[in-house]
Design a protein around this ligand. Structure first.
Ligand code: DGL
Length: 243
């Protein structure tokens, strides 16, 4: 059990941002990364479609010895974490946009996929924006993320926002893919803070492993990629190593 995998699942490269954060605090663990590029983007799919896809993916993941499952994906987490938990029978953790951690008096913009945006409501100080194309763009430009055009993506968005520099105190990255273009988003809006849910997920996984005495301290970490791993190996070089 202890030496089995921590599985991380996402529609593509987004969950790599979670995987990297997990490796930092769990440098002796074995990880199984499933990047479901074939079905990306999840954010433009229905709940029924996501449920069917996720069951299939869990069946694949469960061919391996797994001690817990991390949904490296806000879209799966906010929409179907409970059905994934029930179906997998695994301790399951999600990434959630940390909206409740931001003061209600601060001007906040939540950027997310369309499916995630539908689960939040805009108010005076919280503006919720669903971006239709940004995950596509990130997946397609993984080799050169400087090509991403933020203005174009904002024009293809659903929701309300103020397109001005320095207007927002906080930007919440409500999609794990967006973490890879954090600097670009920051340059566009110039907020005081830019945050994601990744750190809270990592803390929850760490607490769980500690409480269950299932932390391992191998000499280095190991990552096994399933899904379209050629892309991951080419761009992320994190198959194994020591932190
Ligand atoms: N990275 C995922 C998320 O955090 C999924 C994005 C997508 O495939 O649309 O929502």
């Amino acid at each position: 059990m202890n030496n089995s995998y921590i599985a991380v699942l996402d529609s593509g490269i987004g969950g790599i941002s979670v995987l990297k954060d997990l490796i930092k605090v769990l440098p002796g663990e074995k990880f199984l990364y499933f990047g479901d590029n074939g079905n990306a983007p999840y954010g433009n799919k229905t709940i029924d479609e996501l449920t069917v896809i996720s069951k299939r993916n869990i069946d694949l993941i469960k061919r391996y010895p797994v001690k817990c499952l991390v949904l490296g994906c806000n879209t799966l987490s906010v929409n179907i974490i409970y059905s994934i938990m029930r179906y997998s029978g695994l301790p399951t953790f999600g990434v959630f946009p940390p909206v409740e951690r931001v003061s209600k008096n601060k001007k906040t913009l939540l950027l997310s996929t369309l499916r995630t945006a539908k689960t939040f409501t805009s108010s005076d100080n919280l503006h919720v924006l669903g971006l239709k194309n940004l995950v596509y763009d990130i997946e397609n430009n993984v080799g050169d993320l400087t090509k991403i055009n933020i203005e174009r993506n904002l024009s293809l968005s659903e929701g309300f926002f103020i397109n001005k520099k320095n207007y927002y105190d906080t930007i919440i990255l409500g999609c794990t893919h967006y973490v890879f273009i954090k600097n670009k988003i920051s340059d566009h809006f110039c907020p005081k803070n830019i945050i994601s849910g990744n750190e809270y997920t990592v803390k929850a996984v760490l607490d769980f492993l500690q409480n269950n005495k299932s932390l391992v301290n191998n000499k280095g970490f190991e990552v096994k990629f399933i899904g379209n791993f050629a892309v991951f190996n080419e761009h992320f070089y994190i198959s194994s190593g020591q932190t």
